[in-house]
Design a protein around this ligand. Structure first.
Ligand SMILES: [Zn+2]
Length: 275
């Protein structure tokens, strides 16, 4: 079934594994991750960032997922890094079962205010909310500028907002890492010890398997993977174009990209959920 994201995360937290959340861009990446969850019978979250929604249309991705989901393990459809109340509302109307509101760049009080607004709106529609506190590195920040999530602020934030899951800043970054990232595993544990809701790790493409396992052990219940999947899609597509050089029908070379996404997603699912 397609369920609320929090249902998957609460179960993962209780049983000590993480649900991988895959950022999709098109039909082929949706098919790749759906094949992976169906073969392994393990839950996943399929998510899109607002930039993807702008590229493909807000109703497109939930329709692609719903039309191609064949049952088996439960999944959720999630908005990643929603920037305002409206995009969260639009995704809920389009059938998303989970949304993220990212107010992490705001002052603490403003982040609380925005998150609370989205929580009230989403809960009224039966949809759960992920928020972010602290910063996750990206294109602009260097490692020294990443703000780790403070333990006491996390407790206060969850209490004040009633949010369902929380993305924390512990040294990860989006995109491709330039050097070896230093992840504050202890900080994850400190927060998990005092915060009841599931914790989320962003920017996991490029972390070693060992670091990812340690993050899960320390208390992470959802891990986002975007870059790995995009790299797999592009590599698979290039291979398909070379192998089927004589053809002009996309349906002959795009399956290479689907298979490449599927293989990477299967590896990630196994890593997040050891038997
Ligand atoms: Zn992120």
């Amino acid at each position: 079934m397609i369920v609320r994201g929090s249902e998957l995360l609460i179960k993962a937290k209780k049983d000590g594994y993480a649900v991988p959340a895959f950022n999709v861009d098109n039909l082929e990446s949706v098919l790749g991750v759906l094949n992976a969850t169906s073969i392994l019978s393990k839950p996943i979250i399929i998510q899109t960032i607002p930039r993807t929604l702008k590229y493909g249309g807000i109703a497109t991705y939930s329709s692609l997922v719903k039309a191609n989901y064949k049952g088996g393990a439960d999944i959720a459809i999630h908005l990643d890094h929603g920037g305002d109340l409206q995009v969260c509302r639009d995704c809920i109307d389009a059938g998303y079962t989970s949304v993220m509101i990212d107010g992490s760049m705001l002052e603490f009080d403003k982040n609380v205010q925005l998150t609370k607004q989205v929580v009230d709106m989403a809960h009224a529609s039966g949809v759960c909310v992920e928020a972010e506190l602290g910063t996750i590195g990206g294109k602009e920040e260097t490692e020294g500028q990443i703000k780790y999530t403070e333990v006491d602020e996390a407790v206060k934030f969850v209490e004040l907002t009633g949010v369902d899951s929380l993305a924390i800043g512990v040294g990860t970054a989006h995109g491709v890492y330039k050097g070896t990232p230093h992840i504050a595993i202890d900080r994850i544990k400190e927060i998990a010890d005092v915060v009841d809701i599931p914790l989320v790790l962003h920017g996991a493409s490029g972390l070693s398997d060992e670091v990812i396992r340690n993050c899960i052990k320390a208390g992470i219940s959802k891990i986002n993977f975007a870059t790995h999947l995009r790299q797999a899609f592009t590599k698979g597509l290039k291979e398909g174009l070379v192998s089927k050089e004589a053809t002009y029908d996309p349906k002959t070379y795009l399956p290479y990209a689907i298979k490449a996404v599927q293989d990477v997603a299967m590896g990630i699912i196994k890593l997040c959920q050891p038997d």
